[in-house]
Write a protein that binds this ligand. Structure first.
Ligand SMILES: *Cc1c(COP(=O)(O)O)cnc(C)c1O
Length: 388
């Protein structure tokens, strides 16, 4: 072979100089919308020089995970060489049994994040629109941006999802409406009646995604995560996660309940082995351990009440929350003090989440942790406020 020629399988000569010209000065470029994405910044562990640390920045379960789930993870280490069940059959059956659902209408993902990604891949293209509420979960916008879709943010009413404001944002380009109920970072929820009213106002080609990441924490008679709505209509998806009350955030496991035609589309875009076998086995054990869930819930109720009362006493105007975190509001006149407070707490070994990226620059989101962590965050804030 002459050195200036390359050959394809039919032995057709292609001058190599042409290939060089094509690549010269050029490098691979991602799609234009990709470089507009600001990557998600996760909550971080505090970095004090000494002492105990309390991570209250990612709404993790302070009690850890169910002992049964931990045993399942240990047992899973004996067969790490085997590919997982790509269909997560046993896990879907365990979830279906727990909630009385049809297992064929459940899909599992590497966190509910991956379910949102699948929805974006299957349903969004350039120029489409999604709608969320102003202080909605940041991942929804990332999903839209990947597809070159536009995010419309509907104003909230006193930090609650506003159904009418969302409906006002609907256009013929709207493809998906995402609401987290309860919402992160506000900790507030809207009644199932309001969710139904939202659904009734949407055109039937728009998917309503009900993100129930914190559903297990809610004990309110007028709340429902959305199972009934999924069963009734062709355009509603409910997502759930094992990352919060189940304490399995490290394993990345979430699921969705959706109409059969949406489940079919999502299976086509997911990776063939998207959920690890370890996560599947832990998920099965976790969802069957009702006692751990009840213990976690009782702990959360007790410590959330203490945290709320303490924040109120400090004049930080906490927002009543039905989830495992509380939004604290610093007086607006103190300007950037919420961000400074977060930095101060960090030096005390307590990490909380500043809310600038959620368009709440005067707020902090504080996860409900152990009793000791509640003491630590309250005494840290007291010290900060006394000094400012
Ligand atoms: C934490 C959280 C999730 C869960 O994400 P995973 O990918 O399942 O860990 C989903 N939605 C909201 C609003 C959250 O706060």
């Amino acid at each position: 072979m002459k050195s200036d020629e390359i050959f394809n399988s039919q032995d057709v000569k292609i001058p190599i100089v042409k290939a060089r010209m094509m690549t010269k000065k050029q490098r691979p470029e991602p799609l234009p919308q990709i470089l507009d994405i600001s990557p998600y910044v996760p909550g971080h562990a505090p970095s004090p020089s000494t002492g105990r640390v309390f991570k209250l920045a990612s709404n993790e379960n302070p009690l850890g995970a169910s002992p049964a789930a931990r045993r399942a993870v240990e047992e899973a280490t004996s067969h790490l060489e085997v590919y997982p069940d790509g269909n997560a059959t046993r896990l879907r059956e365990a979830i279906a049994e727990r909630y009385g659902l049809d297992a064929n209408r459940i899909i599992c993902g590497a966190g509910s994040d991956e379910i949102f990604q699948m929805l974006g891949k299957a349903y969004l293209e350039k120029g489409d629109e999604i709608i969320q509420s102003t202080h909605g979960f940041l991942v929804y916008e990332l999903v839209a941006q990947q597809a070159g879709a536009i995010t419309k943010s509907a104003p909230e009413k006193q930090l609650h999802t506003d159904v009418d404001a969302i409906l006002d944002c609907v256009t013929e380009k709207t493809k998906i409406v995402f609401i987290a109920n309860p919402n992160n970072p506000t900790g507030t929820y809207i009644s199932f009646e309001e969710v139904r009213r939202l659904h009734a106002g949407l055109p039937s080609h728009v998917i309503l995604v009900l993100d129930g990441a914190y559903a297990e924490y809610v004990r309110a008679n007028d709340y429902a995560a959305g199972i009934e709505l999924v069963s009734e209509f062709e355009n509603v998806v409910m997502t759930r996660t094992f990352s919060k009350i189940y304490g399995l955030a490290a394993l990345r496991l979430g699921w969705a309940y959706a109409p059969a035609h949406i489940i079919d589309a999502l299976h086509r875009v997911r990776g063939p082995f998207n959920v690890s076998e370890t996560a599947q086995l832990a998920g099965i054990a976790a969802i069957q351990d009702q006692a751990f869930l009840e213990t976690s819930l009782a702990h959360n109720n007790e410590q959330r009440e203490r945290l709320f009362a303490g924040l109120e006493k400090l004049g930080l105007d906490p927002v009543p929350s039905v989830a495992n975190f509380i939004l604290a509001k610093f007086p607006e006149k103190l300007g950037q003090s919420a961000v400074e407070a977060a930095k101060f707490l960090d030096t005390k070994g307590v990490s909380v989440r500043a809310m600038v990226s959620y368009k709440l620059p005067h707020c902090l989101r504080i996860s409900v942790g152990s009793a000791d962590s509640v003491d630590a965050v309250l005494s840290g804030l007291e010290e900060f406020l006394a000094a400012s």
